[in-house]
Ligand binder design. Structure first.
Ligand SMILES: Cc1ncc(COP(=O)(O)O)c(C=O)c1O
Length: 356
């Protein structure tokens, strides 16, 4: 038998795994844009009851399940739009990439952005073109349109708002990208619930446009539910390659319960958006901190020394994301997920103390 090193692809051996932080005991986890809110006890009990009755001996059958109509109603996804479900939007990013992965195919995105776009392009042997943002994390539409014209990418990913910068580009600029695109365009609205704009109403109206969303950032990262809306001509092809039973009965049961309580979800979103603005104003007042406008459930800040700031926050019980070293535009940047009000105010105090 050949040694494993000769069996497994060299390029995969050269990759590093997606980094998932270990959370020290008692630490508040603010590194991955998870919601800080659990269901209240009465709702937890109702959900336990439903989960115990979930038909786990059967494979899920999405076509006859109530979930898709409920999803469509709750988020006003146009009736003409086709929907595919993924085990997290990560899975959909992977399979959408696979749809166009052939020799010499190209994926284009804006850098820095969500790392999985590039990861999947590499995994499927495609060329990845990362067009840099401006220093202030705004988009350079002219450069983007030039790169699209020059490279004719088969697939474009736009995180709207962007992770890890929080930037929500102008609708008009993104519209120009969609118009100029020669291949598929995925508008990844993982943070769409916290944003003032969305392409969801346009999903399905243009054959090449896909709008990707997730349950992860609105309270249910553990359920692993993502959905993509688009034209039937693309979604039907995607459904051919998605694993037949990629969703599971327990998370579908929990997701259906969650959507019945959309008011509770929306209240949490409103609260987090308010908290984000409070934190933004407080941090903006600290001269040695740059805080970037964000339409996600997180703020990206630049501090004099990201490592020292990360360590101090961790010492005081808060795990955030140190972005320094991920991209040259992210020098000394930290990304802080918006948490509960009391945690956000302690973080503000720590930063005020460090940098005033
Ligand atoms: C822009 C963006 N898209 C997709 C994802 C993946 O989300 P999911 O949990 O649905 O796989 C993330 C997660 O951080 C993200 O930031």
């Amino acid at each position: 038998m050949k040694p494993i090193k000769e069996i497994i692809r060299q390029d995969i051996q050269a990759m590093s795994a997606y980094h998932v932080s270990t959370v020290p005991t008692g630490c508040v986890k603010l590194d991955a844009m998870e919601s800080p809110y659990d269901f209240p006890e009465a709702m937890q009990n109702q959900l336990s009851n439903l989960l115990s009755k979930s038909p786990i001996r059967l494979y899920p059958h999405i076509a006859i399940d109530d979930f898709l109509p409920q999803l469509r109603d709750t988020f006003a996804i146009p009736q003409s739009t086709a929907i595919a479900l993924g085990n997290g939007s990560d899975e959909l990013i992977q399979f959408i990439t696979m749809l166009v992965a052939r020799k010499n195919a190209k994926v284009l995105s804006i850098e820095p952005t969500f790392v999985m776009y590039k990861h999947n392009a590499n995994l499927f042997g495609m060329e990845y073109i990362g067009v840099p943002l401006n220093q202030d994390f705004t988009i350079n539409p002219k450069q983007l349109l030039d790169e699209i014209e020059k490279n004719q990418p088969d697939l474009i990913f736009i995180a709207y708002p962007n992770n890890p910068t929080g930037t929500r580009y102008s609708h008009e600029d993104v519209e120009k990208i969609i118009q100029a695109a020669t291949g598929l365009v995925v508008i990844d609205e993982a943070y769409g619930a916290f944003s003032s704009d969305s392409f969801l109403p346009q999903a399905g109206s243009c054959e090449h446009l896909l709008v990707l969303r997730t349950f992860s950032k609105i309270g249910f990262a553990g359920l692993r539910i993502g959905y993509v809306s688009g034209s039937a001509s693309v979604i039907n092809e995607l459904n051919k390659i998605l694993p037949p039973y990629n969703m599971n009965q327990l998370s579908l049961t929990a997701a259906k319960y969650a959507l019945k309580h959309i008011d509770w979800i929306n209240d949490n979103i409103t609260r987090l958006k308010m908290e984000r603005e409070i934190m933004f104003s407080a941090l903006e007042d600290i001269e040695s901190i740059t805080v970037f406008p964000s339409e996600g459930n997180f703020l990206t800040i630049r501090v004099p020394d990201a490592k020292a700031c990360f360590d101090e926050l961790l010492r005081q019980g808060f795990l955030v994301k140190n972005l320094h070293g991920n991209h040259q535009l992210l020098e000394n940047c930290l990304r802080i997920t918006i948490g509960k009000q009391q945690d956000n105010s302690i973080i503000i105090q720590i930063l005020q103390k460090m940098y005033r």
